[in-house]
Structure formats: structure tokens, C-alpha cells
Design a protein around this ligand. Structure first.
Ligand SMILES: [Zn+2]
Length: 470
């Protein structure tokens, strides 16, 4: 007991001497408490019902003396905004996380999806890595900044938003359109990045500075209907199947931008000679080498194949309703992820030409479309802060990345905000095992959640903390 007490005394003395170092043991306990509480709320979207999570955050923040505002298009789906004032010498920093999660199939989960079970060093639950990790990180930043009375040059704003997973009209669209002054900032930190571990060791950190733009294209095949006992050449299902097969075999041309070029060059520097040669080849001028690298990516590194082009994935096929009826119509929906700057009109013409079948109409279909945006600069103060914190906390290289998926940062970048996607470390082996974001199960390493909070604390202090008097 005595030695424990002494250790406590020593720790609190060290704490007293370093007013900017939180008591990390306490912070970890508190982080875990809030994280589990949030994971236990079923905020599946649809239908959303993020209110419970927003109310929880509100109560925690208000107890700490931090004022909170709620903005809702639908009463059960509020967005929460809290702000800590800086001295105004620099423009605000926004920290953002979304409270909704994607749906679950509970039968696929070993630990129930809203149980926040702690087992084997992990916390299991829907939202564990998308995006209640960022929500709890943002919450802890607010609590710590306030408690420790950290002098700030910038206001620090926390936005816990609803509807990121497919109903952005109640979330970021509402905030960007109706309440933008409440969240307007120079820089924003949100989801979309991560630290990748391979074999339990940190390999690199990804910081999202750009993202692809999701679109949907619908193929509609039309033909004569008839009795299934008399096959017809114009069968809509056959036409559609042929078109889908052509699209499946086709690839849009390889095109790089500043982010993907920097990404592959930096990745090459930390890769094996064979991998490195391919990463440099796709950034190089020699067509033959680009094709070879691309071919390898398609088989072995599909995410890289998706990063270097506008991608198309046929994901829904509908047609027919009875075995003995030839249907007059069949439809397929293509998930298109456009590179920023893609010419949408020219692209759909290309798709029509690839299919080359007048029995099929090709058109863009409705989707939660995000705006196309500029790249968050790699030379900004915020990016440098993130990069140096990555070095300190993860001892690794920072790769600027373009997400193949979409995030709500697109709406803020469209307004000129410089947004950077960050996230905790995950094991590369975890995704294929089915524990990643949107998987049948989802989990996070406890140690990595806590390291992420320390990393974020460092980043936020560097970006928003008052500059020291020399
Ligand atoms: Zn997310």
C-alpha cells in the first residue's frame, strides 16, 4: 500500500510540474467509460435516432461547464456543437465525429453489437472504429482543454453530427447550409485516416486529405416479355448480364493527383524492393510499368487499384419475378467512385460505349452525392502538426491519402475548410477477419484507442494552443 501511495504522490508531483500533461491513467478510465456508454446506444442509420448519444454528450459537457447547442432537422436526429473560446488571434479548429452507425446483423456477432464488450484487449461494438472512436476523442479533447484551462489561440469547436452513414441531409448538410457560422473553422479534424499495423507493429499513418466522389449509375435493359418456354433473343436479363460482365471487365484509365502521387512515393520509401518498384512505377511515365503495377494491384492490392482511377462496381441486379415469365425489364446499379475532377458527362458516355447495347439505357441515379472539393494542403500548419505528432506517438511516416470512400469532410472542404482525416491504429489483419468498419463485427484495440487520444491531444494543442511567448 505504501509503495502505491508513494507512486501516486510522485505521479501527482510530476503532474503538478507539467500543467500541460493530463493524468493519462485517469483519462484512459474516463475515455473507456464514455466510449462504452456511446457504443451501447443503438444509433443504427437508418433510422438514426442519434438523440440518445447527443443527449449523453450534452450532459457530460454541461457538467463540465461547457455550453452546448443542438441543431436538428428531425427531432430524434440532432447535431451537437460545443465551443471553447480562444483569444481569437487565429481562426477556429473544428473536431468532428459522427454519432450514427451502419446497420448490424446481430446473428453475425460473437459479442452483441451494442454491448461494448471488453475482451482480449479489444472493445467490441458497432461504431468502435467508425466513428465513436472519433466522437469520444473529440469529447475528451473538450473536457481536457476546459479542465486544464489551456490557453488557446483558436476557438476549438466540437461537432458530434448525425446522419453520416447515408442521411447527410440531417447532419453535415444541415450544418453546412443552415448553421455554418457555428462550425466555421480554418482547420477540421475528422474520421478518414488511420494508423496501419502489420503483425502488431505500426507500419504507417494515413491522413486523409482528399476523397473520391460517390455516384450511382443505373443500367436498365428492356426487351419483349413472353412465356419462359419460348426463349427470346431480346431477353432483358441476358442483355443486362452481358452489360454487367463488360463493365466488370473494364477499368477506367489510371490517373494520379498530388495526393496519390505523394502517397505512393512515401509508401515506396518504407516498402520492400518489389512493392517499392510498383509504387514508384505508377507515379512514373513508363506506360508498360504502370500497366504491370496496376495489374498486380487489381489482384493483390484492390484498394490501390481503386485509388488510381475512377472505379465502378456493379452491386445491385434486379430482374424477373417468376420462373416461367420473361421479364420486360431488368436493372443493375453501379457504384461509381469518381476521382476529383472527373468529367461526369464524358464518363457516362464512356460507360455507354463500353456496354455498346442500344437495348440498355445508362443514367445517373439518385444518391447522397457529396460535392467535389480541393485538396487539403500538405504544407499547412495543421498537416505539419499531425505529421509531427505521428512521429512522436507512432514513430512512423505519414502518408497523405485520398479516401476511396466518402466522408462528411467533403461538405466542409467545399466551403474552403482544410480538413484532415485521422484515426486510431488498427491491425491490417483485422479487416479480412471481418472486424473492420461496416463489417459483420467491429472492434478496436483498447491500447490504440488510448494512444489515439494522446495523439489527438498533442495535435489539438499544437494547432490551437496559444503560441508561447519567446
Ligand atoms: Zn464513418
Amino acid at each position: 500500500m505504501r509503495s502505491v501511495y508513494l507512486a501516486f504522490l510522485l505521479a501527482s508531483t510530476a503532474f503538478a510540474q507539467q500543467p500541460n500533461a493530463p493524468n493519462w491513467a485517469q483519462v484512459e478510465a474516463e475515455t473507456m467509460q464514455h466510449f462504452q456508454a456511446l457504443l451501447r446506444m443503438d444509433t443504427s442509420d437508418p433510422p438514426g435516432t442519434e438523440r440518445e448519444a447527443a443527449e449523453y454528450l450534452k450532459q457530460v459537457l454541461e457538467k463540465e461547464g461547457i455550453a452546448v447547442e443542438m441543431f436538428a432537422l428531425e427531432p430524434h436526429r440532432p447535431n451537437l456543437v460545443a465551443r471553447l473560446k480562444g483569444n481569437g488571434s487565429r481562426r477556429p479548429l473544428l473536431i468532428m465525429g459522427h454519432t450514427d452507425v451502419v446497420n448490424v446483423d446481430p446473428s453475425k456477432w460473437t459479442h452483441p453489437p451494442f454491448s461494448a464488450t471488453r475482451a482480449g484487449g479489444y472493445v467490441y461494438g458497432r461504431g468502435a472504429v467508425d466513428d465513436k472512436d472519433n466522437v469520444v476523442g473529440g469529447l475528451m479533447m473538450m473536457l481536457l482543454l476546459k479542465r486544464m484551462n489551456v490557453p488557446l489561440d483558436r476557438d476549438v469547436i466540437f461537432l458530434a453530427e448525425a446522419g453520416e452513414e447515408g442521411s447527410t441531409r440531417v447532419g453535415i448538410q444541415l450544418m453546412a447550409r443552415e448553421h455554418y457560422p457555428k462550425i466555421d473553422a480554418e482547420y477540421c479534424l475528422a474520421e478518414g485516416g488511420s494508423v496501419t499495423r502489420v503483425g502488431g507493429k505500426v507500419k504507417y499513418a494515413s491522413v486523409q486529405t482528399l476523397e473520391k466522389i460517390p455516384r450511382a449509375i443505373e443500367l436498365t435493359a428492356r426487351g419483349p416479355s413472353g412465356h419462359g418456354s419460348v426463349p427470346l433473343q431480346g431477353n432483358a436479363v441476358v442483355h443486362l448480364a452481358t452489360a454487367v460482365a463488360k463493365i466488370g471487365a473494364w477499368r477506367a484509365p489510371v490517373r494520379l493527383n498530388d495526393v496519390t502521387r505523394a502517397y505512393f512515393q512515401r509508401l515506396a520509401a518504407i516498402s520492400t524492393p518489389a512493392d517499392s518498384a510498383r509504387y514508384l512505377a505508377v507515379t512514373g511515365p513508363e506506360h508498360r510499368l504502370v500497366v504491370a503495377a496496376d495489374h498486380y494491384f487489381q489482384t493483390n492490392e484492390p484498394r490501390h487499384a481503386a485509388m488510381i482511377r475512377t472505379s465502378v462496381s456493379p452491386n445491385i441486379v434486379q430482374g424477373g419475378y417468376r420462373v416461367n415469365v420473361i421479364p420486360s425489364e431488368a436493372k443493375a446499379t453501379l457504384d461509381v467512385r469518381m476521382l476529383p475532377g472527373e468529367d461526369t458527362a464524358a464518363f457516362i458516355t464512356t460507360i455507354r460505349n463500353v456496354i455498346g447495347d442500344t437495348a440498355i439505357t445508362v443514367a445517373y441515379a439518385a444518391r447522397d452525392v457529396r460535392p467535389t472539393t480541393a485538396i487539403a494542403p500538405l504544407g499547412s500548419e495543421a498537416f505539419r502538426a499531425v505529421e509531427s505528432a505521428v512521429t512522436r506517438h507512432y514513430q512512423t511516416v505519414t502518408l497523405p491519402t485520398m479516401s476511396t470512400g466518402a466522408t462528411d469532410m467533403a461538405y466542409l472542404r467545399a466551403k474552403g475548410m482544410q480538413c484532415y482525416g485521422i484515426g486510431p491504429a488498427t491491425d491490417v489483419e483485422d479487416g479480412p477477419k471481418g472486424f473492420g468498419a461496416h463489417s459483420d463485427q467491429e472492434r478496436i484495440l483498447e491500447t490504440e484507442l488510448h494512444r489515439f487520444v494522446r495523439f489527438q491531444w498533442d495535435v489539438v494543442n499544437q494547432i490551437a494552443g496559444a503560441r508561447r511567448v519567446p
